[in-house]
Design a protein around this ligand. Structure first.
Ligand SMILES: *[C@@H]1O[C@H](CO)[C@@H](O)[C@H](O)[C@H]1NC(C)=O
Ligand SMILES: *[C@@H]1O[C@H](CO)[C@@H](O)[C@H](O)[C@H]1NC(C)=O
Ligand SMILES: *[C@@H]1O[C@H](CO)[C@@H](O)[C@H](O)[C@H]1NC(C)=O
Ligand SMILES: *[C@@H]1O[C@H](CO)[C@@H](O)[C@H](O)[C@H]1NC(C)=O
Ligand SMILES: *[C@@H]1O[C@H](CO)[C@@H](O)[C@H](O)[C@H]1NC(C)=O
Length: 271
């Protein structure tokens, strides 16, 4: 499945997305939500940012608000702080500070990237910019690989992780949680999950889903690659150098309320 150009840019932009314990030391633009600081490009579940008291605060310490704004990256338009569904509170001193929150319901077209610019507007080249993703249902927060310490030794066994965040009502809303092996234009399904079950039946992989708590699920896929000795099966498809592309796919949500489809790729470089 092909990603659009904007998805590729955003996947690149936002590959790091996690809570950090401290806000940047008194300089630089930052995001704060529910007492924690978030790195540039973090993901926010819509249910977590409903109401002014649950807003995403965007702050630039020691500056005065001078045209700063939140912009909807999809449309390029400024978020109007006084209309639903995304509202904001603007504070101009002692720090330029615009808190963004949801009032009412978001639609599928509101799902996506927003950027906060402070203290001036986003068209000012000298402004400070930070990105946030507001999502409905679920997102794939990160996708990573644990490579063996010596990647020159065969066979190699490595584990892929896809961290799913957002709604945890799998029994009602999870339609698919799949891993694929990508080769040229073809995709081979390695694992499949739906409702409460998750399994990988493919000959080179096995997997599981682990509840990390705090709304995080780790869908793992363990792959053993034996190098050139593999002569059949997807991992040997015209690819003997150990470089492989895997994709994690989620389809989640109430079927009458615009379920979401998410995709993230990972490129695994062999020896
Ligand atoms: C963001 O932009 C998209 C595309 O124009 C639009 O459909 C959506 O309503 C916008 N959402 C908000 C909250 O501005
Ligand atoms: C924001 O929305 C309000 C209410 O609809 C409107 O009066 C105001 O002009 C809008 N502001 C901008 C900058 O478009
Ligand atoms: C930002 O504004 C909110 C109110 O919208 C306020 O609660 C918060 O303390 C402000 N943060 C900073 C760092 O100025
Ligand atoms: C953005 O800021 C620049 C510099 O302050 C200003 O010239 C421009 O008119 C502003 N644009 C908008 C849309 O407010
Ligand atoms: C956030 O990421 C964007 C895109 O990579 C970058 O332009 C911006 O400067 C970053 N902001 C901060 C505060 O690092």
């Amino acid at each position: 499945m092909a990603l659009s150009v904007s998805e590729v840019i955003l996947v690149f932009l936002l590959s790091i997305s996690e809570v950090i314990s401290q806000c940047p030391p008194s300089s630089g633009i930052y995001l704060r939500h529910d007492g924690n600081c978030y790195t540039n490009g973090s993901y926010f579940f819509d249910a977590d940012i409903r109401g002014a008291s649950n807003s995403i605060m965007c702050v630039l310490f020691d500056t005065t608000l001078n045209g700063g704004e939140w912009v909807n990256v999809t449309s390029g338009s400024s978020v109007n702080c006084s209309t639903n569904p995304l509202r904001c509170n603007e504070v101009s001193s002692p720090n330029a500070n615009i808190s963004l929150y949801i009032d009412g319901g978001v639609m599928s077209s509101d799902d996506g990237w927003y950027k906060c610019c402070l203290p001036t507007n986003c068209s000012d080249f000298n402004t400070n910019i930070v990105f946030a993703n507001i999502f409905r249902w679920v997102q794939i927060e990160t996708i990573t690989v644990d490579l063996p310490s010596d990647i020159t030794v065969l066979p190699q066994t490595y584990t892929l992780h896809a961290i799913k965040i957002g709604s945890n009502d799998h029994s009602s809303f999870l339609h698919a949680a799949n891993w694929y092996y990508e080769s040229g234009s073809s995709s081979t399904q390695l694992c499949t999950g739906s409702r409460a079950s998750y399994s990988c039946t493919f000959m080179y992989g096995n997997g599981m889903s682990v509840d990390y708590g705090s709304g995080r699920w780790d869908y793992t896929l363990t792959v053993t690659w034996s190098g050139d000795t593999i002569t059949s099966g997807v991992l040997s498809q015209s690819n003997n150098n150990g470089d492989h592309v895997f994709r994690f796919y989620l389809d989640f949500g109430h079927i009458y309320h615009s379920p979401v489809q998410r995709n993230r790729d990972i490129f695994v470089t062999g020896k």
